[in-house]
Design a protein around this ligand. Structure first.
Ligand code: ADP
Ligand code: MG
Length: 729
């Protein structure tokens, strides 16, 4: 066997679990140890500062400069007490992941020494010279500088001995350059719009929160094997590799016993999560070999998203301690399941009511139906946009490829909700109210709570499913920043609720009964957005045809999917909700196209290199061994007797030749396609050229490399194979 491969495979399969020390205290004692939460605030801040800060957080207000100074002083004291010497504004640029620039807590003291210093100004606003982050031209057009500003709704935390302060990142002219700014705007919009509608049912509601519970899927690969795969190191996925004879056919991995090495890693990770206030709760094996999932208890969306981003950096670090590498890529291995990040999403009032959960009284159920119907209508109207919000070069390998979910957004409701909807559709509001008689509205749905409880028919093929008291947006990719999906969804629902309220109010103004007006408008929504409702098999070809007939967006090319952000309906929705200006939308699309191009560009280069300097040399060597053998055989065996043997060997040699020839030709073609694409100035056109002309070459190259992998002597093959990558644990 290739010496390196032999060595790393042995190393990986021999590896033992690394024991994890479980803290002696109970989780409640160390939970949030590294978070400047209310308990720490109370301990480290003067009483009036504490009160002012908590009031501002709870009422979504800002704080004064004096309060900021006082908070900064307390925060620094807490950090220093924890052995921390640096702080950073932690933000979410338009790349994957997070950004930080560390500063020490020191200033000259004027006497040749230093003093520890951190004040409100440094806490609240910074100007990182972060001009290299993607900005889609905004900062060339407007102002080169950008600044970060403290998001008081997400608590500061300590990571790796650095105090991290969650911040937004915007240009000097106010355009957002990150994910957090528009997310906060969208959450604000949906808060306002949903509160107005929720007040129809409970006038005491003051705020509506959006909640997010993400489920992070990932793969683990032993680090020795990972290091021997340049494609994994540089692109996060395998660009070649023949399917393992056994992969997930037996479904023996899903929910199976967690391997001990992995369990130690998970335990370690969970403890770290809990110290950072991430409520990690569920862990299990996923469908593909070496694929796993972690899910926390859901939280308010902004915080939940910060926690997901934090988790994505934490998980890589903890994995290294256990000699694993984490793959967050959506499709690290062909032929087995890819990784998603289901976004469980709901809205709830500050009075503790979940708005997508059926209630106990007819009025509560009317509220439930109202919010569900509005959410569905928003998803229907903006189905193309929602798809754009989760589309990427990496997620494209899941969506629309031969795997869940399809590149068409539809909603699964389950049979009970479907039944209620069809009842509502058939009967007029007057009829529904009549049936109810004196007791008010019945909707014939007073029994909703019992039915919903055993809402077990979960359809795994649906990209967007109603699951009892929430919606589950399943199309989100495992490496994505959930904010992208959450911005589009919450903003779209905000727009829809505003429109709904306007219509209901207009009816009431004309003297119509409120409940009657609500029912009529809900009915209209259900009828209007029927096309989005689909409970069947999302993988089937019939569905693709049917979806097209229904007018749902069926585009599969990511650079074209991104166009949805610039559709008039999207621009109107985003500007009216105050989430994005048109300039921001245009700039962001430039970034999306650019990132798409770069991802494929890198993959194409890596694949070209591997094909030419890893695969072809080995295949050539093996081929010459075969030729050698053939020549010797020929000289040994008498004429005539050996024709059949020689014929067979010759065929093998020819096959290898053919695969090598095609690989070389396709690599040339790919390089040419890349050069041509690179000359295109328009980012959108360039990305489309990469999609149309570069990607197909990559697929062909891979196909022929994988064929060679099966033919070439196993001992010579240089790269760890799928059966090794997927089964060492
Ligand atoms: P499954 O894999 O069956 O979908 P999990 O238990 O793995 O379910 O994950 C469900 C996720 O949904 C968890 O993060 C959970 O906290 C979250 N969740 C539950 N209820 C809500 C809700 N009302 N709003 C948002 N998220 C929720
Ligand atoms: Mg789920």
């Amino acid at each position: 066997m290739s010496m390196l491969r032999f060595k790393v495979v042995k190393e990986a399969f021999d590896r033992k679990a690394i024991p994890v020390e479980i803290p002696k205290e109970r989780p409640e004692a160390y939970y949030g140890k590294y978070v400047f939460n209310r308990q720490k605030m109370f301990e480290y801040l003067p009483k009036d500062t504490y009160d002012a800060l908590v009031h501002a957080i709870d009422h979504k207000e800002s704080i004064s400069r004096e309060v900021a100074d006082s908070v900064a002083a307390g925060m620094m004291r807490w950090a220093l007490d924890n052995g921390v010497r640096h702080y950073t504004h932690w933000f979410h640029p338009l790349t994957d992941g997070t950004a930080e620039k560390h500063d020490a807590f020191i200033e000259h003291d004027g006497k040749g020494g230093v003093i520890e210093k951190f004040n409100g100004k440094l806490l609240v606003q910074q100007e990182p010279d972060a001009s290299s982050f993607p900005n889609g031209g905004i900062r060339n057009t407007f102002e080169a500088r950008g600044y970060s500003a403290w998001d008081i709704s997400s608590p500061a935390f300590i990571l790796d001995k650095t105090l991290c302060i969650p911040t937004i990142f915007i240009s000097y002219t106010g355009e957002s350059l990150d994910y957090k700014t528009p997310l906060l705007r969208a959450l604000n919009a949906v808060d306002k719009a949903a509160t107005d509608v929720a007040r129809y049912f409970d006038p005491k509601v003051e705020h509506v929160n959006s909640y997010l519970g993400w489920e992070q899927e990932y793969f683990l690969v032993d680090e020795a094997l990972y290091n021997a795969r340049p494609d994994l190191v540089l692109t996060g996925r395998t660009l070649m590799g023949h399917e393992s004879a056994k992969n997930q056919q037996l479904e023996d991995h899903y929910f199976g016993a967690i391997p001990s090495r992995v369990e130690a890693f998970m335990l370690d990770l969970e403890i770290e999560c809990h110290k950072l206030g991430i409520p990690a709760k569920t862990r299990h094996n996923e469908v593909a070999p070496n694929q796993f999932e972690l899910a926390p208890v859901f939280e308010e969306t902004n915080l939940a998203n910060d926690h997901n981003l934090l988790l994505m950096s934490l998980i890589s670090e903890v994995a290294r301690r256990h000699n694993f590498r984490v793959l967050l890529h959506e499709k690290p291995f062909a032929g087995v399941n890819g990784s998603g990040k289901h976004n469980n999403w709901s809205l709830g009032t500050d009075r503790g009511v979940l708005l997508f959960a059926p209630g106990k009284t007819p009025l509560q159920n009317l509220q439930f139906i109202t919010f569900v119907a509005n959410a569905m209508a928003a998803v229907h109207r903006h189905n193309a946009l929602l798809k754009a919000s989760i589309a990427s070069a990496t997620n494209a390998h899941r969506l629309g490829a031969n795997e869940a979910p399809p590149a068409i957004i539809s909603i699964f409701t389950g049979s009970q909700l479907a039944e209620i909807f069809s009842q509502l559709e058939k009967s007029t509001a007057a009829e529904l109210l009549n049936i109810a008689g004196k007791s008010g509205i019945s909707l014939g749905v007073a029994q909703i709570p019992e039915i919903m409880l055993d809402n077990t028919d979960r359809n795994r093929t649906s990209p967007f499913a109603f699951t009892g008291n929430r919606f589950e947006f399943r199309a989100v990719g495992s490496s994505a920043n959930c904010a992208s999906a959450m911005i589009a969804l919450n903003a779209a629902v905000a727009e829809q609720l505003v429109e709904f309220k306007t219509k209901v109010d207009a009816r009431v103004a004309k003297g119509e009964d409120l409940n009657h007006a609500i029912l009529e408008e809900v009915r209209a929504l259900i009828i209007e957005s029927k096309a989005i409702h689909f409970d069947g098999n999302g993988y089937s070809d019939e569905w693709k045809a049917e979806a097209a007939r229904r007018g749902l967006d069926c585009e599969t090319c990511p650079p074209k999917i991104f166009d949805a952000y610039l559709k008039p309906s999207s621009v109107k929705m985003f500007t009216e909700t105050g989430v994005f200006s048109e300039v921001e939308l245009e700039a962001r699309n430039e970034v999306k196209w650019e990132v798409y191009t770069k991802k494929i560009q890198i993959e194409a280069r890596v694949l070209g290199d591997l094909a030419i300097n890893h695969v072809i040399p080995v295949a050539t060597r093996y081929q010459s061994i075969l030729i050698d053998n053939l020549v010797k055989l020929k000289s040994l065996l008498p004429e005539g007797r050996c024709a059949e043997v020689l014929e067979q060997d010759l065929t093998t040699i020819e096959k290898i030749s053919r695969h090598m020839t095609i690989i070389k030709e396709e690599v040339d073609k790919m390089v040419k396609a890349r050069k041509e694409a690179n000359r295109i100035e328009n980012e959108r056109e360039k990305a489309i050229a990469y999609h149309d002309n570069v990607l197909p070459c990559m697929e062909t190259i891979r196909y022929h490399i994988d064929k060679l992998e099966l033919m070439v002597d196993n001992e010579m093959w240089p790269l760890p194979k799928y059966r090794e990558l997927l089964f060492a644990r």
